[in-house]
Design a protein around this ligand. Structure first.
Ligand code: M6R
Length: 612
């Protein structure tokens, strides 16, 4: 949700900023801008509504702006519509200070009114401009930029990652963070700040993850880190170990398709280090049987697709652990006065590790004494660092806004954690344990088999892409999987779509079924196949067009009733959603392709949701 970048070094800043913004555009893409300090002209700002390519054209790929210090921003609008004036960077009234901001300044109105009373004129509707104007106000007062930053940070409330430059400081880039991600990159040609590593990986792998409350001053050759009282801190360096090509399209038309195709490998990477001699080994968590027996409640908390992983895991964990498992939307949980205490295990699931609602829910759970375990993809992200324990999904960088490989790796990792806890509790038989472990190891190969036949899904997508409304129905794990299939479709194709537990249809929703309505009937959960079949018959009787997804064992029966059938390989029931979801991802992708949608950057969305 907004990408920010800053560079100070020995080469021209503007092309570096544009390149970094291009790689982070998935974080927000309704407007973009850069500011560069020029030797002769002070701060030069270019910003405009629209995609980054508009800005790149208007600046001749950055060649129009000369200078080796600059900041850049790609926006996902919160305060003020996407237009040229609301785009970042924001500049103080006299043009001396420019900044880029990711986050929300909650007390901006009060501060803005105060500044207006002092005679300051604002040019945008954003909360971020208030910070630029307030900086100028305090800088005039104290005459020292770092001191002014400290004063401003003490006055603003909310979340921020900030990149700041000042015409009076030709060699310094200032950065600060609270509840919004920000990393520092230490390169050979200069130093960087960025919202995430994808923006700077071409230049350096040597990074410092900034912590909340920290302030950094970067020059071409140095990085100085301070705490919120301006006391110097020692920086802890980390190395980003993934390959540059992992964040590039590599010949695919879309990141989403590339990431769908990468799933077998991503699942294998997530699983293989954690299964040794037939046992699930989770080196990074240290639960004991005694601890597991003392858990009174388990909460799975997340947003969006990660929440759907929780929905699948609820069925699986309750089956394996024989303990009540609650799935909670992070945005609801945090304000629900939740019944969480020291005996609760709270598992938060997040690809980015930066989703603000999930992070706030985790903090609330910790505050109430719960032990927190994070299942996260982005190494070093805020949630990963704050949780008591963290287990990483090794999906690699995921760029498309619609998650696919991260979802699949979360799903399988949650299955492993469930199995691990079940073993500690003694609630799983040796036979079932072995069966699940062996099925987990076969998943990558089974996924590969599905991906060898993408054209089957493409064919059905070309039949059904014109529908305006789609229902996904299923029972038990198929219902949980349908939630994800439905989200994938609506997110990237803009087709209205809903997922229902099939048994609920007759309690209201079936009134929406009319001749020609498309129903995607999920019936991969063998134990309830006959029930699922009855629901297909019911919607067929009302004229629905049915596309079914089932396993080979049931395909013949299903073909007699449904209009079209997609068959996936069979696995242990607990793992079936890991296979069933793949054609649903492909269906969403091909439907969106047919409809000419911007698949990797769907309207109104952004990859990392760092605002409430
Ligand atoms: O990074 P997170 O897993 O915390 O993100 C949660 C949701 O924002 C995310 O899953 C979103 O729903 C995806 N765009 C769905 O494809």
């Amino acid at each position: 949700m907004c990408g920010i970048i800053g560079f100070v070094g020995r080469e021209e800043a503007a092309p570096v900023l544009l390149d970094g913004l291009e790689r982070m555009e998935y974080r927000g893409y309704d407007s973009a801008g850069i500011a560069v300090r020029s030797e002769t002209k002070g701060l030069q700002v270019r910003k405009c509504k629209g995609r980054l390519k508009v800005l790149a054209e208007r600046t001749c790929g950055g060649r129009d702006l000369k200078g080796t210090l600059g900041i850049g921003h790609t926006r996902w609008a919160t305060h003020g519509e996407p237009n040229d004036l609301n785009a970042h960077p924001h500049v103080s009234e006299n043009g001396r200070i420019a900044l880029v901001h990711n986050g929300i300044i909650e007390n901006y109105l009060e501060l803005k009114e105060h500044l207006i009373r002092q005679g300051v004129q604002f040019t945008s509707e954003t909360d971020s401009e208030v910070v630029a104007q307030l900086l100028e106000f305090h800088y005039r007062e104290c005459g020292n930029m770092l001191e002014a930053v400290g004063r401003v940070l003490r006055r603003i409330e909310g979340s921020y990652a900030l990149g700041i430059i000042c015409a009076d400081y030709p060699n310094a880039l200032i950065a600060a963070r609270k509840d919004s991600p920000l990393i520092i990159g230490c390169g050979e040609t200069g130093n960087f700040v960025a919202s995430d590593a994808t923006a700077i990986i071409r230049y350096t792998r040597d990074v410092i993850y900034m912590e909340d409350g920290q302030i950094a001053v970067l020059t071409a050759d140095s990085v100085d880190l301070f705490d919120d009282e301006m006391l110097p801190l020692e920086a802890r360096h980390s190395t980003v170990d993934w390959d540059v090509s992992a964040a590039e399209k590599g010949g695919y038309a879309h990141f989403m398709f590339k990431e769908i195709m990468e799933q077998p490998e991503a699942v294998a990477k997530t699983v293989s280090p954690r299964i040794r001699e037939g046992r699930v080994v989770l080196d990074d968590v240290h639960f004991t049987a005694e601890y597991a027996r003392g858990i009174s409640r388990i909460f799975l908390i997340a947003c969006g697709s990660s929440y759907h992983v929780g929905q699948v895991s609820k069925y699986n964990w309750e089956r394996l652990l024989r303990r009540p498992v609650q799935v909670e939307l992070a945005s609801e949980f945090r304000y629900s006065d939740p019944l969480v205490d020291e005996k609760s295990l709270v598992v938060v699931i997040s690809q980015s590790g930066e989703t603000l609602d999930t992070m706030a829910a985790m903090r609330e759970a910790k505050r109430r004494g719960a032990r927190t375990l994070a299942v996260v993809n982005v190494v070093g992200s805020s949630i990963a660092r704050e949780a008591d324990d963290v287990l990483y999904t090794w999906a690699g960088p995921e760029i498309a806004v619609a998650t696919t490989k991260a979802y699949s790796t979360q799903l399988v990792l949650m299955d492993l954690i469930g199995l691990y806890l079940a073993e500690l509790l003694g609630t799983v038989t040796g036979e079932e344990y072995d069966a699940i472990v062996s099925a987990v190891l076969s998943l990558p190969e089974q996924m590969r088999r599905i991906l060898e036949h993408v054209q089957d899904v493409q064919y059905f997508a070309s039949h059904y892409f014109h529908h305006d409304s789609v229902f996904f129905i299923g029972r038990n794990l198929d219902y949980a999987m349908g939630l994800e299939g439905s989200l994938k479709l609506k997110e990237i194709s803009y087709i209205h779509s809903e997922a229902y537990a099939s048994g609920e249809l007759k309690h209201g929703t079936i009134s929406l079924i009319e001749p020609g309505t498309l129903v995607v009937a999920l019936s991969t959960y063998g134990a309830l196949f006959d029930k699922a079949m009855s629901n297909v018959v019911e919607v067929k009787a009302r004229g629905a067009e049915v596309l079914a997804v089932t396993t080979g064992r049931f395909s013949e029966k299903m073909e007699k009733t449904a209009d079209a059938v997609l068959v996936v390989p069979e696995t242990h029931p607990v793992l079936q959603p890991s296979l069933g979801v793949v054609p649903l991802q492909l269906f969403a992708y091909y439907v969106a392709l047919q409809r000419g949608c911007d698949i990797d950057k769907p309207r109104n969305l952004a990859k990392s949701v760092t605002v409430e």
